[in-house]
Design a protein around this ligand. Sequence first.
Ligand SMILES: [Zn+2]
Length: 302
Amino acid sequence: MVKQRTIKSEVSISGVGLHTGQNGVLTFRPAEVNHGIKFRRIDVEGQPLIDARVENVVDTSRGTTIEQNGVKVYTVEHILASLKGSDIDNVLIDINCEEPPILDGSAKIMMEKLRNVGSVEQNAEREFYVVKKKIVYYHPKVGCELTIEPAEKFTIDVKVDYKSQVLNVQEAHLESFDDFEEEIAPCRTFVFFQELEMLLQHNLIKGGDLSNAIVFIEKYVPEEELRHVAKLFNIDSVGVYDGGILNNTSLYFENEPARHKLLDLVGDMTLLGKPILGKVTAYKPGHFANTEFVKLILKNLK
Ligand SMILES: [Zn+2]
């Protein structure tokens, strides 16, 4: 028998949101048993709550966006992953804008903050979803497949394949959440150079600079285009470094992108609303597929 947990006291992070570019403060607050994970938009009259559950997902185009009571919170996945990684069941998350800070594009800083503040056992049993038979989600157009099968604990295997010359076919595994903070949480978000201009034109990644995402360059990019991108990001110049990475950064792990996709999947699966016991295998996961997979699991478990 495992008890539910919440944080010992409140803790805040601040910074700019990746897609909206809004500067905001996010505060994790302890919450009572069976509360689950809820956001509270304290900048909106009446301070409406948004339950971190899959039925509130309204958009998955770049990150996972949830909406309830007429208000949204964008890009919730790294926050949710950090809570799962910290073994927290119940928390109220106050936010004073539409999107959590992206920080360094990973879950590392949130997890450090949550570890420093610590957690406490609560006086109620933790409930788990238990998978009784294999559940398969398949998207023929994208070719992605996510499955979960019965298992004693929650484990995840991820494989990504971008048909890219600079980002090879990669795998990442998580056997125990004891390893999450060290092995998965530091892994940063990434983007392909070819997507950058499209994202900027669609008014996304307003808060993106070249420090909170790894940018992979697939093919030769003319000097003029690099200068154009530099201008869009308000930086003096950009160069291409080893391994087809645009900004001057090196990978923390050779398979950091696959590990980040695992991080995102953990965040999206937190939208189940309860922890789950099962072995997950994911080929080409993404926010749309992840959240559809979560809906399918809930349908199957009912
Ligand atoms: Zn992510």
